[in-house]
Ligand binder design. Sequence first.
Ligand SMILES: [Zn+2]
Length: 135
Amino acid sequence: MGLINDCLCVFCNTELETREHLFLQCPTATLMWETAFTLSGLQFTFCSWDVFVERACSTWRGKSMLTMIMKLLLNALVYLLWEERNKRMFQGRSRPASELLKTVKDVISLQLRGRIFKRVDVNISLCNHWRIVDC
Ligand SMILES: [Zn+2]
């Protein structure tokens, strides 16, 4: 019937599925955040979900290339983790973290394709890591 009677995280099967765990503290989520932050030249620091969102709101302001990437990253990664959770839970299908990260890169690349940034905001390393063309 699709009813859920197991409250464990579908990624690690060891912790209760909470917003905090699913989107940030689960090893799968943490690996993806750490990798994505590294690709952006940033260091991911472990914290609570509320602190993470508060930092994002106060830090990722404006329309610089890095800020746009991080805003898209936050939305794309949370959406993909939720989508992957549902696929695993209801369809019995799963994708490795590497494939999820590739999908995040595709989303960011597509969203920023052709976008014109201020010259001072263009970062070749970011363009290469996130496959942003025409920047
Ligand atoms: Zn987990």
